[in-house]
Ligand binder design. Structure first.
Ligand SMILES: *Cc1c(COP(=O)(O)O)cnc(C)c1O
Length: 357
């Protein structure tokens, strides 16, 4: 298995920074302009990634259209497709890179109008093959960069510069991580008019976003005395933090100003260091997780324990397991490392995992 490594340098600058950084309305504007130059289109800033994706879909598809979704993904993607009034169809994945392939697309492409390319955990899809396929079939490509902002495809093009629209998430543990926020870039003329979100986010949501990096740092610190999980549960109960899967889709709220400021800093740093989650497919995953916990690692979940995660939303999806056997196996065996450990800190974790390959 390939080794992947991720660097979220900007985020590591600190939990304190996130708590107290001051943003202004210029930061919203600067971020928008930067995105428009980098991804060559018209940008809108959104509350989170799923809202960005929903706006992208609404811009180019009609109600009831079928769009193809990677068969191993986050519930947020399903939610976005539904919010746009579209019908998701799931394509099975390759175990090598966790993405659909032309072969698996072929099985579900009949009658579909679009494809959401995801570059799972930062592993690029075979974009040339997929683009050719999409052209032949008249499918529009939407690129979802939640996992893959800053990466390049094999042919040298940057992810996000291929499809008709590009959606970014600035959510927890995503390539750009300001805890919440997102953006959509419309790269081709839209079919339907879309209003840019302009409503300021709630103060309580801003507090939760500012506090989360500190909460995470505290829990990682406490995990060496096996208290990380307990303390995070307490923060959740007190509503001082929120699980990322519960961040609501909302098409009229924009990100906070400080989030725009942090997102822009991180985007600029992405150039040379694509963020990726290192993954392995293991036997006896529960045992591996127990060992990792014992070794002092704090994993607040890995991606993904169900083909469409988190597990508590899975039954709503009616996922076609029989048609996506690889996705089912991968969801049962995958383990991947959180983005907030440094390379050296993960050495012991790697050693544990390698005994179970
Ligand atoms: C998390 C995620 C999103 C949406 O992100 P939010 O900011 O949490 O709404 C979209 N696509 C993928 C693949 C994701 O993992």
């Amino acid at each position: 298995m390939k080794h992947h490594y991720l660097g979220l340098a900007a985020r590591k600058k600190g939990a304190w920074r996130s708590l107290f950084v001051h943003g202004s309305k210029h930061d919203l504007n600067h971020l928008k302009i930067y995105l428009e130059e980098r991804y060559q289109g018209e940008a809108m800033l959104t509350k989170n990634g799923r809202s960005a994706l929903a706006l992208a879909l609404k811009g180019y598809f009609n109600k009831g259209d079928k769009v193809i979704v990677n068969g191993f993904t986050c519930y947020a993607v399903f939610e976005a497709v539904k919010a746009a009034g579209l019908m998701p169809v799931f394509a099975d994945i390759s175990k090598e890179n966790l993405n659909f392939t032309v072969e698996t697309l072929l099985k579900v492409a009949d009658g579909a109008k679009g494809i959401i390319v995801q570059n799972t955990l930062g592993n690029p899809v075979d974009i040339e093959a997929i683009e050719r396929f999409a052209k032949e079939r008249g499918l529009l490509i939407i690129e979802d960069l939640a996992h893959s902002a800053g990466i390049n495809y094999k042919d040298g093009r940057e992810a996000g510069t291929v499809g008709v629209a590009t959606a970014l998430s600035f959510g927890k543990d995503k390539s750009i991580d300001t805890i919440s926020g997102g953006a959509v870039i419309f790269r081709a003329p839209r079919k339907h008019e879309i209003q840019a979100p302009t409503k300021a986010p709630k103060k309580s949501d801003n507090f939760r976003a500012r506090f989360y990096p500190m909460a995470g740092a505290m829990c990682r610190g406490l995990s060496y005395v096996h208290l990380g999980g307990v303390v995070m549960k307490l923060f959740l109960k007190l509503k001082m933090v929120e699980k990322s899967a519960d961040n609501r889709l909302d098409l009229i709220v924009r990100p906070a100003k400080f989030e725009a400021k942090l997102a822009l800093e991180q985007l600029k740093e992405l150039k040379n260091e694509p963020p990726l989650r290192e993954f392995y497919l293991v036997r006896s995953r529960d045992e591996v997780l127990k060992k990792l916990k014992k070794a002092g690692y704090y994993f607040d979940g890995f991606w993904y324990e169900k083909p469409i995660s988190p597990a508590r939303y899975y039954s709503k999806v009616h996922f076609p397991e029989a048609d996506c056997p690889n996705a089912v196996v991968v969801a049962e065996t995958i383990i991947n490392f959180p983005t907030h450990y440094k390379k050296a800190e993960l050495e012991a974790a790697r050693k544990i995992v390698k005994e179970y390959l």
